[in-house]
Write a protein that binds this ligand. Structure first.
Ligand code: BES
Ligand code: MN
Ligand code: ZN
Length: 480
């Protein structure tokens, strides 16, 4: 991610100038220093202002990219993300090496949109992408410059989350993800990373997590990240599902379903990637908060050693679970992580997971599901969603659903007796384990990858959750 901040309008830079065309007429921020000829063009009404309409002109030897931006009063943060992402995409398509944008309106969101759109994943291509582009922010004052720098840090970490998610499971094993996190968090202030192995997991009594890992040829890892940026010893716990590949196990998945191909199950660790990106941002920006982040990491594979449908597991919490489907493995690794987190008495627990295909069916990749036992946590997650554009919407955890996960041979079962409301029954399962701890759960099954409706999100791993959680933890602290 290459970027520069300049106080001037960027007329002298070797870069294409990007100008928003509002329906209300030239905006002084974008057009303050524009060539008189360009202003003339503006005033002639020849530049379309309908959202997304593009025109390119060369004026005074300078290339200018105009994009319709609609009415100024409708120019929200999300619109700023989108149009600045479009600027980057268009400039790249034109083989430009740099572009100048003006972040005067919604500086942070503008920078986010531009940065996030510049993401490239070519780790496994022998021919690397050569179209790296430099983003210049013109006319930013001190405050806005600081916002842009913060956005660069946040987006850099979203890139790491996307990289982790995109890296396939033959490379991104639990060990790899754990070492990656350890490496990238090294030297950060107030932060401690501990990586636990199989032996430790067993000894803790994390039998559900361990059961899921048994069928895999690669060993599981449990990553614990402690960050103490605030006074006092109160902390919150944030957990991310880290299934490095979800084959379904003995309840093996078909090659493809209407939701996508099984190869996409490398993305099943997107929750873990998101919590890692969030805590790295928190530490780099020195946010005054205390957090414990947990990443249970394992493959879910079939094998002679694999756990099986019908197996009964005594979880770390002592609750017994009958395994109906080995493909409902996410809740099994999360329930032990929740119990481990809970024993340290956090103020609240938040978890994020690609938990249910049903969530993708419900929200279709536009919105993530949110559930919880605490109004305030759910409300703040919604607010964080509105703020960041990583939208969430609540599903109910009505008591009646509990009947569907009640066990016949054990306390509870890991799938519902009724093949409906799959996102909710998964939520009900987790709810049993958090007990009295205030808790919020985000299901990102539909939003973690394959997004095609946003110019700043690639259709590969989206990095969903990193920006949402970063905003959420600050809101919880009353910092934003
Ligand atoms: N990782 C999947 C959920 C998923 C599905 C994420 C599609 C993204 C796209 C999860 O482990 C799973 O397999 N859930 C099952 C639960 C069922 C067996 C109760 C599902 O959704 O089918
Ligand atoms: Mn599964
Ligand atoms: Zn899964």
């Amino acid at each position: 991610m290459k970027y520069g901040i300049t106080g001037k309008q960027g007329q002298t830079l070797k870069a294409i100038l990007c100008v928003k065309v509002f329906a209300d007429g030239p905006d002084k921020n974008d057009c303050g220093n524009l060539h008189p000829e360009a202003m003339k063009l503006f005033k002639s009404g020849a530049l379309p202002s309908e959202p997304g309409r593009k025109t390119v002109h060369v004026i005074g030897g300078k290339k200018i990219l105009f994009l319709g931006a609609g009415a100024l009063k409708d120019y929200t943060k999300e619109k700023a993300r989108e149009i600045n992402a479009r600027f980057v995409r268009e400039a790249k398509a034109m083989n430009e090496t740099g572009l100048v944008i003006n972040p005067a309106l919604h500086a942070k969101a503008s920078a986010e949109g531009a940065f996030l759109a510049s993401y490239v994943f070519d780790m496994f291509k022998t021919k690397k992408d050569t179209g790296s582009i430099e983003i210049f922010f013109a006319g930013a004052d001190k405050t806005k410059s600081a916002e842009i720098r913060d956005a660069a840090i946040l987006c850099g970490n979203v890139f790491l989350a996307r990289d982790l998610a995109n890296t396939p499971s033959n490379v991104a094993t639990p060990e790899y993800v754990a070492s990656f996190a350890e490496e990238k968090l090294k030297g950060l202030k107030n932060l401690k990373v501990t990586v636990r192995d199989e032996k430790w997991i067993k000894k803790q009594g994390m039998n559900a997590f361990y059961a899921v890992s048994k069928g895999s040829g690669v060993p599981p890892r449990f990553v614990e990240i402690e960050y103490r940026g605030a006074k006092g010893n109160k902390h919150a716990a944030i957990i991310g599902k880290g299934i490095t590949f979800d084959s379904g196990g003995i309840s093996i998945k078909p090659q493809s379903t209407p939701l996508g191909g099984i190869e996409e199950m490398k993305f099943d660790m997107s929750g873990a990637a998101a919590v890692f990106a969030m805590i790295r941002t928190v530490a780099q920006l020195g946010v005054k908060v205390n957090l414990n982040v947990y990443m249970p990491l394992t493959d879910n594979m079939p094998d002679g050693n694999a756990y099986k449908p019908g197996d009964i597991i005594e979880t770390m919490a002592g609750i017994t679970v009958e395994v109906i489907s080995t493909d409902a493995e996410g809740r099994l690794i999360l329930c032990d992580a929740i119990e481990y987190a809970r024993r340290k008495k956090p103020e609240y627990i938040a978890d994020i997971a690609t938990l249910t295909g049903a969530c993708s069916v419900t929200f279709g990749g536009i919105t993530s599901g949110v559930m919880g036992n605490d109004r305030m946590l759910v409300a703040n997650m919604k607010k964080a969603g509105d703020e960041t554009g990583e939208l969430v919407w609540e599903l109910p955890l009505h008591e009646q659903y509990y009947e569907w996960i009640k066990g016949k041979y054990a306390d509870i079962r890991n799938t519902g007796t009724v093949p409906k409301a799959g996102t909710i029954t998964a939520g009900m399962f987790l709810k049993e384990f958090v007990k009295d701890t205030p808790w919020v759960h985000v299901d990102i099954a539909g939003t973690a990858y394959g997004i095609t409706h946003k110019p700043y999100i690639p259709d590969t791993g989206s990095g969903m959750g990193a920006r949402l959680l970063f905003d959420f933890v600050k809101k919880q602290e009353g910092l934003e």
